[in-house]
Design a protein around this ligand. Structure first.
Ligand SMILES: CC1=C(CCC(=O)O)c2cc3nc(cc4[nH]c(cc5[nH]c(cc1n2)c(C)c5CCC(=O)O)c(CCC(=O)O)c4C)C(CCC(=O)O)=C3C
Ligand SMILES: [Fe+2]
Length: 348
């Protein structure tokens, strides 16, 4: 895997006990203009699960699977892991890599799409961590968003098929597929991707989400109607965020006579807290209250095709001759991350 001498997984991080919850939320929201009530409310989501977000364990599981896949395929790279907001913190991991003499790192973020929160912020945090590590900090090449890689799309199609099968047989054909992604401020969406590209309203983020919904539905091949919805909105009500919210849309669909839905968290890489709480808890409750059948597909997680994707993306980045495997023609962000997804939400 020359020129690389290490692989780095970069994730969000999450609390692993009640005492971690508030400090974690403070890390996430520092300077972001999130209302206090929203913070208290999100804190409750974590307390409901003993203060433990599943995201760190999901990262450990992914790393174990990637390690096994690397070694089975002769890709001998040490693996490091660093989070933006909780232990192991990216800053500490980069310092450790510097101490270990690592020089050239290839990094993957657990975020598949282009926007400040899922790409730009990772670039900014990598630079800050390198700066903090001083002159021995390694070079770190971040793999650009991978939303249209078959290793992301195929697991979602498999998992959507399984979720459909959890509905009563008579409900499957008429079930609406609700592809669900994290809402972001519309200003952040409009500025997502690279400034040279014209993506339409909502920028690269909205265009990529629409494309993945289409690709997954096409692979599924069941002909179910589908659409993209949003979840996990925060920020002040005065600020516009991407809509429709999944709960509002469920109410409209019930009015239209739709009696079953499958929620597909295609905006996420694993079934972390936002999936567990906002879909399994909140949206499922909404659907139940409306008398609808509700089934939730798993995010890619440690699906074998997702795991092999990691190796393929590393190989592709290490050697331009390997070529790019993608399912869509949509432009992604440039490999050097220059000037893309830089927009911060209003009020920060
Ligand atoms: C696009 C996107 C992804 C998907 C891409 C990706 O996966 O990275 C994502 C993932 C995640 N978001 C997470 C948690 C939180 N996000 C928050 C707040 C925010 N997210 C935003 C966007 C995104 N977030 C935005 C625009 C905000 C507003 C503040 C700001 O402008 O930055 C807040 C603050 C409270 C609140 O406002 O809800 C929390 C606690 C967790 C961890 C879950 C766990 O613990 O298992 C994960 C994986
Ligand atoms: Fe978030």
């Amino acid at each position: 895997m020359r020129p690389y001498d290490a692989f780095l997984l970069i994730s969000f991080g999450g609390p692993e006990g009640n005492e971690d919850v508030i400090p974690f939320l403070e890390n996430v929201t520092r300077g972001r203009g999130i209302p206090r009530e929203r913070l208290a409310e999100v804190g409750e989501h974590y307390f409901l699960f003993g203060g433990v977000s599943p995201i760190n364990q999901q990262c450990r599981d992914l790393i174990e699977a990637v390690r096994a896949d690397f070694s089975a395929n002769g890709a001998h790279l040490p693996i490091y892991w660093g989070n933006r907001f909780w232990d192991p913190l990216l800053t500490d991991t980069v310092a450790e890599m510097a101490k270990d003499g690592v020089r050239n790192v290839v990094a993957l973020a657990t975020s598949a799409y282009s926007c400040y929160s899922s790409h730009g912020a990772y670039i900014v945090d990598i630079e800050a961590a390198r700066e903090a590590a001083g002159p021995d900090a390694p070079r770190i090449d971040l793999i650009p968003p991978f939303f249209d890689h078959p290793g992301f799309v195929e697991p979602l199609a498999d998992h959507t098929r399984q979720a459909l099968e959890h509905l009563p047989t008579s409900e499957r054909a008429g079930a609406r597929l609700l592809f669900s992604a994290h809402s972001i401020p519309t200003g952040m969406a409009d500025a997502s991707g690279t400034p040279e590209q014209e993506y339409g309203p909502g920028g690269a983020y909205v265009a990529q989400l629409a494309e993945v919904a289409r690709l997954v539905s096409e692979r599924l091949g069941t002909g179910n109607d589908y659409e993209v919805v949003y979840q996990s909105r925060s920020g002040p009500p005065s600020q516009p965020w991407l809509e429709p919210d999944i709960n509002d849309r469920l109410a409209q669909l019930a009015d239209e006579g739709v009696s079953a839905v499958v929620a597909v968290p295609h905006g996420f890489v694993s079934d972390h807290m936002e999936v567990m709480y906002d879909l399994d808890h909140e949206a499922a409750d909404t659907a139940r209250g409306l008398g609808m059948h509700f089934s939730r597909a798993h995010a890619p997680g440690t699906h074998p095709r997702f795991v092999s994707m990691v190796r393929e993306l590393v190989a592709e980045r290490a050697d331009p001759e390997v070529g790019r495997t993608r399912l869509s023609e949509l432009p992604t962000c440039p490999a050097d991350g220059a000037d893309c997804c830089r927009a911060r939400p209003v009020g920060s």
